[in-house]
Design a protein around this ligand. Structure first.
Ligand code: PLP
Length: 402
C-alpha cells in the first residue's frame, strides 16, 4: 500500500463557481470569533498555546517556514478539543438564562444563583478521547454532570482520563458513527443534552458553537503570525476542526492559501468524497481501526463539508507509518528548534508533508502543491501524547516504522 494517496479537488473547484455559494463563513467573522475568545479568556488559567517556528527543519526540507501551533499545551488537557465543548456548554447555558455569552464568565456560570436557575444538567457525548475529555472537563469545571461514550477499540488510557474528570464514561462495542447515534438516542430518552462535534439534520446549533469554539486557536495563530501562510495542512475526522480553521483563515487573509486535508486510510470520507467530484459527500464505515483515533470518523459534518469541499485543494489519505514518522520527526528536534510532543492525530499532516518533501515518489504532488523555498507551511499539532503507551512504542521502540 502506498504511504500516501491523493486527489486534486481543484478540478472540481474550477468546474463550478462555488466560492460565492458558501453560506457559512459569516459564522466565523472576527466579530463572532472575538466573542468566543472573550468567553474562553474568562477562564482564570487561560493561556495562548505556542506557535513554534521550526527554522532548522524548514531549511532541511527546503521551505521558508514551518510553523506548528502546539495544542498539546491547551488547558493541561493535551489537545485542542476542549475549546469547542466548553464554548458550546457556555452558549447552551447562556441561552437558557436568556443572557448573551459575552456578558457571562466562567465564574458566573459556576455561581449558586445560576445553579439554582438551571437545576441539574447532564451533558452527553461520543468521543475518540479528546472531545469527550473536553466536555467532561467543562462539565466538571462548571458544576454539571457528563456521560461520555467511546467507540470499540478506544485506548484505555483515554477512557481513564475522562473518568478522572469525574464523568461517567464507557466503551461501547460500536464504531464512532454508530456510537454517536446511540448517544443521541440516550439523550432523547433521558432528557440529557448532547454536545456532539458533528452535525445532522435537526441538530445544528450546538455543533456550530463547537466549531466556533475552535476558532479561538485559529485567531491566536493569525495574531501570532507575521505573514499569511502559503500552505496549511489540516487533519480531518468529521472535519469540524478543519472547517473552522479554513473559515477563519479565509476571512483573515486576502492572499491565496493552499489547503490540504489529511485523513487515515481507514477513515477517508473526505478523500472518497473529493474523488467522486460530487457536490455531496459520501460516507465510509466499518471498524475504522487506526492509531489516528481522533480522525477515525466516516461521516463528515455537513457544514464542514460545505466549507472544505469549496476550499480544499488536495485531499490526502495516509498510511499509519506516515503519522508515526511525523511524531518521530517533530519529537526529535534539530538545531535550536523546539521539540514537539505530537500524538498520532496531531502529527499526521506533518508526516504527510515530510513524506512528500523527502520521497521522490511524490514529486508530482509536490509540484501540484507548488511547495518550494518560498513556502510558509502551517500545521496544527492538535494533540500531544494522549495515548502514552502508543507514543512510547512509536518514539522509543520504532513502532509503526513499516
Ligand atoms: C487530536 C485530534 N485532532 C483532530 C481531530 C479531528 O477533528 P474533527 O473531527 O473535527 O475533524 C480530532 C477529533 O477528535 C482530534 O481528537
Amino acid at each position: 500500500m502506498d504511504k500516501l494517496v491523493w486527489v486534486n479537488n481543484q478540478q472540481y473547484l474550477l468546474q463550478k463557481n462555488i466560492e460565492q455559494s458558501v453560506p457559512f463563513l459569516q459564522h466565523f467573522t472576527s466579530e463572532q470569533v472575538n466573542r468566543v475568545t472573550a468567553f474562553h479568556h474568562t477562564y482564570e488559567k487561560f493561556k495562548n498555546t505556542p506557535l513554534r517556528n521550526l527554522q532548522a527543519l524548514a531549511s532541511l526540507l527546503g521551505v521558508q517556514n514551518i510553523m506548528v501551533k502546539d495544542e498539546s499545551y491547551r488547558f493541561d488537557l493535551n489537545a485542542f478539543k476542549v475549546l469547542g465543548g466548553v464554548y458550546a456548554i457556555g452558549q447552551y447555558v447562556a441561552n437558557i438564562l436568556g443572557r448573551n455569552i459575552e456578558d457571562l464568565s466562567f465564574e458566573q456560570l459556576k455561581s449558586p444563583e445560576v445553579k439554582k436557575q438551571l437545576g441539574d444538567l447532564t451533558f452527553i457525548s461520543t468521543t475518540d478521547g479528546n472531545h469527550g475529555r473536553g466536555v467532561a472537563w467543562a462539565a466538571r469545571e462548571l458544576g454539571f454532570k457528563a456521560r461520555i461514550y467511546m467507540p470499540a477499540g478506544s485506548a484505555e488510557e483515554r477512557l481513564q482520563n475522562i473518568k478522572n474528570e469525574g464523568a461517567y464514561a464507557e466503551m461501547t462495542t460500536m464504531n464512532y458513527d454508530d456510537t454517536v447515534r446511540y448517544t443521541a438516542k440516550l439523550a432523547q430518552d433521558n432528557g440529557w443534552v448532547i454536545i456532539q462535534d458533528t452535525m445532522w439534520e435537526g441538530y445544528e446549533e450546538i455543533p456550530l458553537w463547537i466549531m466556533q469554539g475552535y476558532a479561538t486557536l485559529v485567531k491566536e495563530v493569525v495574531d501570532q503570525l507575521e505573514k499569511a501562510p502559503s500552505h496549511v495542512f489540516l487533519q480531518a475526522g468529521v472535519g469540524s476542526f478543519a472547517g473552522a480553521v479554513v473559515a477563519y483563515l479565509k476571512q483573515s487573509y486576502t492572499q491565496e492559501i493552499t489547503f490540504i486535508l489529511v485523513e487515515p486510510y481507514a477513515a477517508n470520507c473526505f478523500y472518497e468524497s473529493f474523488k467522486q467530484g460530487a457536490p455531496h459527500y459520501v460516507t465510509v464505515g466499518g471498524e475504522m481501526q487506526t492509531i489516528m483515533a481522533g480522525l477515525a470518523c466516516g461521516e463528515p459534518n455537513p457544514m464542514a463539508w460545505e466549507i472544505l469541499k469549496t476550499y480544499t485543494k488536495i485531499g490526502i489519505c495516509c498510511h499509519e507509518t506516515v503519522a508515526a514518522t511525523g511524531m518521530r520527526v517533530l519529537g526529535n528536534a534539530i538545531g535550536t528548534d523546539a521539540r514537539i510532543v505530537a500524538g498520532e492525530s496531531g502529527a499526521a499532516p506533518f508526516g504527510c508533508f515530510y513524506e512528500l518533501m523527502t520521497n521522490e515518489h511524490y514529486a508530482l504532488l509536490r509540484d501540484t502543491l507548488q511547495i518550494n523555498e518560498h513556502s510558509r507551511v502551517l500545521f496544527f499539532n492538535t494533540e500531544g501524547d494522549t495515548d502514552v503507551e502508543n507514543y512510547r512504542n512509536i518514539m522509543w521502540h520504532g513502532g509503526y516504522a513499516k
